[in-house]
Design a binder for this molecule. Structure first.
Ligand code: NAP
Length: 301
């Protein structure tokens, strides 16, 4: 399957990074984009985002070989319904949503026969959003997980090759497994960051100059993560409810155990725990997935 025309629906951080990465790759791909608001479409036109910016998603998908839904996961169903009658037969429809089961449930039933739905999730992001926040290097050496169910191999291969051309490594994953893995690696950690910053705010400490001046990496990193887009993250937790609650339950149990160890002076427990977690960090660095490299302070959702 040849991808010569791509439609990007939604023009935020991820869509704009896809566009710049396509252009960097030098491929002969025509990119048409659209966004919900006139303000975002105007900004996109002003900064040269996309070869063409059109006013409706229906116009954007006309003739597209690959349509990528780059909107919050809670908006996927409405967008899919809107574009469905206008898709080219044989087109690949994909998305970049941070949850996969809910997106499949929302999008797949809307699509006509003969269109191939191959969901995807690039594990790359920053706390910034909007059309001006994207950059071509965002996906370099990051994983993009594809979660297709009963789709032609040619469509899956074409999308995998597309993401590799943007600099990403590609892997296949079963959608429910994806949601459980991401609850551990991204969703609940974001919730913890939101909570920690919220707690500091409740204590009226966040704006205190000593908190800001002496926050060092730990709290400062939390505030960066907690600055992530509220709509996107609201949708992520509503869409990945079960896995998030399961991991939060486990997290709470571990926290209570550490709390008890501190109260009872059980230094061995604390030392063993921190030794185990330290080795996980080493593994991440060895896999080249740490954020200490010069990579624009990325997170992954
Ligand atoms: P973003 O920068 O906030 O951009 C979102 C885009 O979606 C905007 O163009 C916005 O349009 C549009 N949009 C918002 N609500 C909509 C609605 N109800 N109907 C139609 N369009 C709507 O978001 P992003 O960070 O690129 O995230 C896009 C997707 O990528 C999300 O599904 C997210 O889960 C996923 N993702 C994000 C990250 C990350 O770190 N940011 C990483 C991986 C995957 P307007 O500008 O006109 O409002």
């Amino acid at each position: 399957m040849k991808i010569e025309k791509v439609a990007l629906i939604g023009l935020g951080l991820i869509a704009s990074s896809i566009f710049w990465a396509i252009k960097r790759s030098g491929q002969n791909i025509q990119v048409t984009g659209t966004a919900r608001s006139a303000a975002t479409r105007d900004t996109a036109r002003k900064i040269g985002l996309c070869d063409a910016v059109v006013d409706t998603a229906q116009d954007a998908v006309a003739g597209a070989d690959l349509v990528i839904l780059c909107v919050p996961v809670g908006a996927m169903a409405a967008v899919a319904q809107d574009i469905a009658p206008h898709l080219k037969p044989g087109a690949i429809v994909s998305d970049v949503g941070s949850t996969k089961r809910s997106v499949i449930d929302a999008v797949a039933p809307q699509l006509p026969d003969g269109v191939h739905f191959v969901p995807a999730h690039p594990l790359a992001g920053t706390e910034h959003s909007g059309p001006e926040s994207g950059f071509a290097e965002l996906f370099d050496n990051r994983w993009c997980l594809l979660t297709p169910e009963d789709q032609p191999q040619a469509a899956v291969d074409a999308l995998a090759a597309f993401w590799r051309s943007l600099g990403a490594n590609v892997d296949l994953m079963e959608p429910d497994h994806h949601d459980r893995v991401l609850a551990v690696t991204s969703h609940v950690p974001h919730l913890i960051a939101y909570t920690m910053v919220g707690v500091a705010d409740d204590l009226h400490r966040v704006t205190d100059s000593e908190v800001i001046n002496y926050s060092a990496a730990g709290f400062r990193d939390f505030t960066r993560i907690a600055a992530s887009d509220p709509v996107m993250w609201r949708d992520v937790f509503l869409a990945n409810k079960d896995a998030s609650l399961e991991i939060l339950g486990r997290f709470t149990e571990e926290l209570f155990a550490l709390q008890r160890a501190i109260r009872t002076g059980d230094g061995d427990h604390l030392h063993d725990y921190f030794t185990r977690t330290r080795s996980i960090r080493r593994g991440i660095i060895e896999a080249g997935q740490d954020t200490d490299a010069p990579n624009f302070g990325r997170n992954a959702s």
